[in-house]
Design a protein. Structure first.
Length: 78
C-alpha cells in the first residue's frame, strides 16, 4: 500500500511533467500573440487559425489532466 509520502512525490512528479508539457505550446502561443501585438505581421486567416488550433489543443490537454483526477485518463502525450 503506497504511503502518503510516496503519493505526494508521485503527484509532484506528475505536476512537473504537466507543467513541462504545457510550457512549450504556451511559449509558442505567447510569441505569436506578441508578434501580432507588435505588428510584426498581419493577422491573416492562417495566423488566426493557428492560434485557434493551439488554444483548442491546450484546452483538450487541460481536460485530459482533469480526467486523471477522476481516474478516466486519456493519453495526454500525443
Amino acid at each position: 500500500m503506497p504511503t502518503l509520502e510516496h503519493n505526494e512525490r508521485a503527484l509532484g512528479a506528475f505536476m512537473a511533467d504537466i507543467s513541462h508539457a504545457l510550457r512549450t505550446p504556451l511559449a509558442v502561443l505567447r510569441a505569436e500573440l506578441e508578434a501580432l501585438q507588435d505588428s510584426v505581421g498581419p493577422m491573416t486567416p492562417n495566423s488566426l487559425g493557428s492560434l485557434h488550433q493551439q488554444v483548442g489543443q491546450l484546452i483538450e490537454d487541460l481536460y485530459d489532466v482533469s480526467l486523471t483526477d477522476v481516474g478516466a485518463h486519456r493519453s495526454i502525450w500525443r
